[in-house]
Design a protein around this ligand. Sequence first.
Ligand SMILES: Nc1nc2c(c(=O)[nH]1)N[C@H]1C(S)=C(S)[C@@H](COP(=O)(O)O)O[C@H]1N2
Ligand SMILES: [Mo]
Length: 180
Amino acid sequence: MQIMRWGTDHPSITGTIPDINLKSWGLVVDGEVERPLKLMWTDFARISTVNSVSDFHCVEGWSVLDCRWEGVLFSNITSQAKPKKGAKYVLFECADGYTTSFAQDELMGDNVLLATKLNGKILEKGLGFPLRLVVPGKYAYKSALWLTRIHFSSKNKLGYWEERGYSNTADVWKNDRFSK
Ligand SMILES: Nc1nc2c(c(=O)[nH]1)N[C@H]1C(S)=C(S)[C@@H](COP(=O)(O)O)O[C@H]1N2
Ligand SMILES: [Mo]
């Protein structure tokens, strides 16, 4: 296993790092939900956060160990937005146009975060500022940077790399890299 620095992989599908202004940025939570939300940065300061330490693995063979993430539990957002029955799938959209997708039940663990901090510091621009998804045990392409939208649906829409042949389940410990 290769241990590397952050950002040595392809950090953005557009090749540039989105420049996000916190005054206008907001996270939209919509789709098949009882209560669509738009959470602004000032709202994030009010929602309680948790810490979660995990390793980060890319399908291309590099890893970053012992990342201490801090952020809002995904399950906290779900309980606010209240997805409708049957809205089993979740698509994450990002400021650079990137997307990634999950089944909702993969995201309900107490280590799945919308992270605002890494190792005690607000995320750097290149690492997803202001908000990135952290799903320990899933490959790095499931960690959406520069989040702008969480969309609940009864339909399973594949994300950017998942559409291009990478596994939708992406379990690191099953070496589950490519779609079957
Ligand atoms: N918004 C966005 N998120 C993204 C990507 C991207 O291009 N855009 N690339 C993914 C891939 S393929 C990897 S390996 C990781 C890299 O995360 P890092 O830049 O923090 O190392 O981000 C993932 N999340
Ligand atoms: Mo990647």
